[in-house]
Structure formats: structure tokens, C-alpha cells
Ligand binder design. Structure first.
Ligand code: SF4
Length: 279
């Protein structure tokens, strides 16, 4: 049994919080480049270029790419042959988030739902743990901004709504969201499972690199169809008009109950942050 000291989890989560908030992934930068090439609106082109410039400054000067540094969503894949020593995983992740948001000068955005009193250190984090074969631990930190999260939805469609119902709901959701989720967005879709699983699938689908294809040909086609419809809406970069309302649509799907068709839509803004590391 491999032993992993709790302090290694703390350090890794700390570093990933800072890295995710300051270093926009190359896949997102490449998607912005492709969008510039395909954008017809001059204002849209300018905004896309500014987003790239913003990402460059954030990376070089190690400052947050957006003032909303998000809720720290942390995915942990824990190898079943690894044993954590020196403390609890939950507390280690929280401490990593505390240190990362403090040392990276990242805004603390988490508060009591009614009193609105800030927790002061950006905890609690949202932790999803999965036990996997092996002795390694993979940690992904995906800070999620409030503006785009607010535009997300989970709904329970009926089985007869089918694929057309999914398309209709997603495109309508993006249309109603307008400029609020800071477009160009990435639209994560979870289909199937249960009420809560559909939302989680939608969020997990956002972790797939931009520009990669869905391994399921039917879902790949559906992603393309929905993206085309979304980009006909004319919302455009930052909602000021144009073709580039979304950079990508990602879908994850699993079987569901015979009476249900759960659907999650997790909208992600252009500050598409996630970093991962293995211990
Ligand atoms: S939605 Fe995204 S880009 Fe807009 S303010 Fe929030 S984190 Fe920043």
C-alpha cells in the first residue's frame, strides 16, 4: 500500500488553485484563435483579441484572469492502493484552497446563502471523489465563476422529448442567458442518470479539452448541431453581437430510468479554468 502524506495534497491543491486562475489552457487560447478567424462582427473580433490579451497578461504577470476567481470545484481520483496519512482528505483539500486563494491573491467568493457573510477563505470547496484502480491520485481543480453558473440548469425532460427536446432546451437556455455568462461560453451537457447526476455529468464534460471530438459519433454529431444552432443566435462575444456565442458544446451521457430523461446544462464562461496534477 502506497502512503501519501497529507501535506502533498495541500501543496498540490494550493498550486492548482493559483495555476488554474492565472494560466488559461492552450486549448482555450487555440479555440479563441479559431473564433477570431470565423467571426464576422468587427466588435466581436476585437473582444476575442482582448480576451487573448487578457489571458496573456494573466499568465505572464501571474494575476487572476478574472476578478471572479470562483467556487473551488475539486475532482479527486483516488487510487484504491494509496493510503492517506496525517489527516483527512477533506481537510487537506480545504487547506490547499485556503492557501491557494491567500497566496495567489484570489478573491474569496463564498458566503452564507442568506446572511451573505463571507467565509473569508474561499472554503468550503466542492469535492467529488472517485475511487479508481492503482496507487496514484489525480487532482483536478476547476474554479467556477458565479455568472456562468447562475445560467446553468437541471431539468427532467420526458422520454418522449428525446434528442430534439434536449436540443430545444439547451439552445433556449443559451438564448435566455444572453450576455450574463460572459460569452463566448462552453456549454457542458449531461444527459441521463438521475437529477443530481445529470448536473455532475454536465460539469465533468467541461473538463474535456476544447477542440477534441466526442468519442461517441452520435453525441459528436449532436454537439456540432447544438453548437451551430447556438452560434446562429447572434449573442456573440460578451453579448455584443456576432457568431461566436459558444466555443464548444460538450456532452456526457449515461443510462437513465425508463420514466425519465434528466438533462443538465452547465454553462462555462470564457474564463474556462481547470488544471490537473497527479501524485
Ligand atoms: S462568468 Fe466567468 S468571466 Fe464572467 S465574471 Fe464570472 S468568472 Fe469572470
Amino acid at each position: 500500500m502506497r502512503e501519501i502524506e497529507v501535506k502533498r495534497i495541500i501543496e498540490k491543491v494550493r498550486d492548482l488553485c493559483i495555476e488554474a486562475n492565472t494560466d488559461l489552457g492552450e486549448d482555450v487560447v487555440a479555440a479563441l484563435d479559431r473564433a477570431v478567424a470565423g467571426e464576422e462582427s468587427p466588435v466581436g473580433v476585437e473582444i476575442l483579441k482582448e480576451l487573448k490579451e487578457n489571458a496573456r497578461i494573466a499568465r505572464e504577470e501571474k494575476v487572476a484572469m478574472c476578478q471572479d476567481t470562483g467556487f473551488a470545484v475539486v475532482f479527486v481520483e483516488w487510487g484504491q492502493d494509496a493510503h492517506l496519512v496525517g489527516g483527512s482528505l477533506r481537510e487537506a483539500v480545504f487547506e490547499g484552497v485556503r492557501q491557494g486563494y491567500r497566496d495567489g491573491y484570489l478573491r474569496k467568493s463564498i458566503c452564507h446563502p442568506f446572511k451573505r457573510a463571507n467565509t473569508g477563505d474561499n472554503t468550503p470547496a466542492i469535492i467529488y471523489t472517485e475511487v479508481v484502480p492503482g496507487e496514484k491520485v489525480k487532482i483536478t481543480v476547476a474554479p467556477k465563476g458565479g455568472g456562468s453558473e447562475n445560467m446553468s440548469r437541471v431539468t427532467m425532460l420526458t422520454p418522449s422529448d428525446g434528442m430534439e427536446g434536449v436540443k430545444r432546451f439547451v439552445v433556449q437556455r443559451v438564448k435566455e442567458s444572453g450576455p450574463n455568462p460572459c460569452p463566448p461560453t462552453i456549454v457542458g451537457i449531461g444527459i441521463g442518470g438521475t437529477f443530481e447526476q445529470a448536473g455532475l455529468l454536465a460539469k465533468k464534460s467541461l473538463l474535456r479539452p476544447l477542440g477534441s471530438r466526442n468519442p461517441d459519433p452520435e453525441l459528436d454529431r449532436l454537439e456540432e448541431e447544438i453548437l451551430t444552432e447556438i452560434n446562429k443566435l447572434g449573442i456573440g462575444p460578451q453579448g455584443l453581437g456576432g457568431r461566436t456565442t459558444s466555443l464548444a458544446v460538450h456532452i456526457l451521457m449515461m443510462p437513465c430510468h425508463i420514466a425519465s430523461l434528466p438533462l443538465g446544462v452547465n454553462i462555462q464562461c470564457h474564463a474556462h479554468r481547470h488544471k490537473e496534477a497527479e501524485i
